[in-house]
Write a protein that binds this ligand. Structure first.
Ligand code: ATP
Length: 430
């Protein structure tokens, strides 16, 4: 199924291998015309529900390169490592946890090295001199940009605890075993929100956020039966975490993490306070108390969410003896909202269809197509996940009505052109 999806993504212009004409760059991917629309829709939906629909979360956009001390304070320089194992027989590298019973996961040989720790941060140099003092890292998570800006955001936003800061942006990890298409990449995008709370209320907030975030994936249109929460056991807990949950989805390759929800305690702000020498405490003027806030983090991957939407939406059906491939994406995130088709290329139908497309475009992205049989045009839009097909036929010329075809049920109904934008908007955005 994954191979079928990868080829559909290439064929329809969702996702391409990075630098493909040079043979590709392992674990880096480019989004094409439909892919970038889908990705933007997912990000917009997250941003809206996490910031614009609430009064207790604000957004930022921090830079990817940060002061190198940030990564010392955060623990990444010391601890953001994976055990790396080399196979002497097939020369492949694996992550320590992939090695079972002392055997190479690629060829089964027992001729493997003992694990050595490998830091996953990408290093580069700032300025013209490539010495130790010029080292900077490409951020492996967006969270640190939020912690170091805690005081900067607190004052101008006039927020009081509890409140959150949200950010969407690129992160980089030099993963030992990337793969499964865009599931594990070396360059990816995160949607993270850090919620600052009073110590003692942290477990309550962790509970609230795990429920809210699980519900968000349902609103995104994912099948709830394929979603679950997994609580980290002691040995899985990261060095900063008191308690943690993963939201997992059942992929064709098993249940895997989509998002992490962590109780990070006061670890991050305390560490940055210590390393920067700046006061990062919070003063509660009603209670006359000063403390370092605890942080509940919700950390999701944009690309991984997008992959999940594609996997969840992919359907093959048999219609009148023919295979129909359809992406049943939620209309809200579908890249194109409607395909606009003149039934035939004469009698003024293309002109009228172009006019309909032009009018709809100011409300939503639509795609005009007049080539091939209308059945084939429907099929192409089914594969692209377009929820509605609008056909202009001979009746349209008489009474200004068109047919609206529903992607999932394939049923058709007639509606007036003047009502079209309203009808579609209601079905797409609710
Ligand atoms: P994993 O165990 O899969 O490596 P993680 O526990 O290291 O993930 P976090 O550090 O909690 O992941 O990152 C938060 C989210 O960022 C993940 O749930 C995932 O959606 C996304 N993410 C992390 N690493 C990658 C990656 N290499 N490629 C794509 N998305 C990623």
């Amino acid at each position: 199924m994954m191979d079928t999806l990868v080829s559909l993504c290439k064929r329809r212009g969702f996702i391409f291998q990075s630098s493909e004409i040079y043979g590709g760059l392992n674990s880096c991917w480019d989004y094409g015309p439909l892919g970038v629309e889908l990705k933007n829709n997912i990000k917009r939906f997250w941003w809206r529900s996490m910031t614009q629909l609430r009064d207790d979360i604000v957004g930022i956009d921090a830079s990817i390169l940060m002061h190198p001390q940030v990564w010392v304070a955060s623990g990444h320089v010391e601890q953001f490592t994976d055990p790396l194992v080399d196979c002497k027989s097939c020369k492949q590298r694996s992550r320590g946890d992939e090695v079972k019973d002392g055997k190479c996961p690629h060829c089964g040989s027992r001729e493997i090295t003992s694990p050595r720790l490998f830091n996953l941060m990408f290093k580069t140099h700032m300025g013209p001199v490539e010495d130790e003092s010029a080292i900077v890292y490409l951020r492996p998570e967006t969270a640190q940009g939020i912690y170091v800006n805690f005081q900067n955001v607190l004052n101008p936003s006039r927020q009081k605890l509890p409140f959150g800061i949200a950010q969407i942006g690129k992160a980089f990890r030099n993963e030992i075993s990337p793969g499964n298409f865009i599931f594990r990449m070396r360059e990816f995008e995160q949607m993270e929100m850090q919620f600052f709370v009073k110590p003692g209320t942290d477990m309550e907030w962790l509970d609230q956020w795990k429920t809210a975030r699980l519900a968000w994936y349902g609103d995104l249109g994912l099948n709830p039966a394929k979603l679950r929460l997994h609580q980290h056991q002691n040995k899985e807990l990261a060095h900063y975490a008191k308690d943690a949950y993963d939201i997992e989805y059942e992929f064709p390759f098993g249940w895997k993490e989509l998002e992490g929800i962590h109780n990070r305690t006061d670890y991050d702000l305390s560490r940055h306070q210590k390393h920067s020498g700046k006061d990062l405490s919070y003063f509660d003027d009603e209670k006359n108390e000063r403390y370092i806030p605890y942080i509940i983090e919700t950390s999701a991957g944009v690309d991984r969410t997008l992959l999940t939407c594609l996997v969840d939406a992919y359907h093959e059906e048999e219609v009148r003896g023919e295979k129909r491939v359809v992406l049943k994406l939620h209309p809200r995130i579908a890249p194109m909202k409607a395909g606009i088709f003149p039934l035939v290329k004469r009698d003024g139908m293309p002109e009228l269809a172009r006019k309909v497309a032009h009018e709809l475009r100011s409300h939503m992205p639509v795609f005009y197509d007049e080539t091939g049989s209308v059945g084939r045009r429907y099929r192409r839009q089914d594969e692209a996940g377009t929820p509605f097909g609008i056909t202009i036929d001979s009746q349209t010329l008489q009474d200004e009505t068109v047919t609206i075809r529903d992607r999932d049920t394939m049923t058709q109904e007639r509606a007036k052109i003047s009502d079209l934008a309203g009808i579609l908007q209601k079905r797409i955005y609710g």
